[in-house]
Ligand binder design. Structure first.
Ligand SMILES: [Zn+2]
Length: 198
């Protein structure tokens, strides 16, 4: 907004030049709703959502002869979004549970509860009572990124802060920590466009 400009003028400009502003802001990420045709990264590997009619409402993966990976969604097309969402949450829980338990064993601590969050801008969090929670979107990232988040939250059960000792504990059990942090800085934001209506 230029100096001395009014809010009404700015709004008018924004409405007339939306595309120009978007280009200036560096390409706003395009919403990628969970609908047939959308390609989503499952554990970092692109999978195209394909609707399979006539079967019961389940979700599974397949690899086509061409090598293309697909995420098949059966049942009514109007429920595809919810089914994909539920599937991803289940997969996220499975991977995070396995990963967090392995790190907890290694560090000699106990995970009391693990929950998968729906509406969260944070990748993970931890309470002193031993409850960990994670964003389901981590299942979209490569496995070493999900593993790092699991290690990070479990390491908080040893050190409830971000001190040098905390990072030593985390880095000891998770050698790919720095690589994962860099990945999240670069690509993490992109994961927020999946499952969003256009
Ligand atoms: Zn932390």
């Amino acid at each position: 907004m230029p100096p001395r400009g009014t809010l009404a003028e700015a709004k008018d400009f924004a409405q007339r030049h939306g595309a120009w502003i978007a280009a200036r802001l560096g390409r706003l990420p395009k919403a990628a709703p969970f609908q047939p045709g959308t390609v989503i990264p499952l554990r970092g590997t692109p999978h195209r959502i394909v609707h399979r009619a006539g079967t019961r409402g389940t979700v599974w993966t397949e690899t086509r002869d061409s090598g293309e990976r697909i995420l098949c969604v059966a049942g009514g097309a109007e429920h595809a979004d919810r089914r994909v969402h539920d599937f991803l949450k289940r997969e996220a829980r499975k991977d995070l549970q396995r990963s967090a338990e392995a790190y907890a064993d290694e560090l000699g601590v106990k995970v009391k509860r693990l929950s998968i969050r729906d509406q969260s801008s944070r990748w993970g969090s931890c309470t002193s009572a031993g409850s960990l929670s994670f964003s389901w979107r981590l299942i979209l990232a490569p496995p070493f990124v999900l593993d790092y988040l699991a290690a990070h939250e479990v390491a908080h059960l040893v050190e409830m802060n971000h001190s040098a000792r905390f990072w030593r504990v985390c880095g000891k059990v998770c050698p790919s920590m720095e690589r994962a942090k860099k990945w999240l800085d670069t690509y993490g934001n992109d994961l927020h466009r999946y499952g969003v209506e256009e």
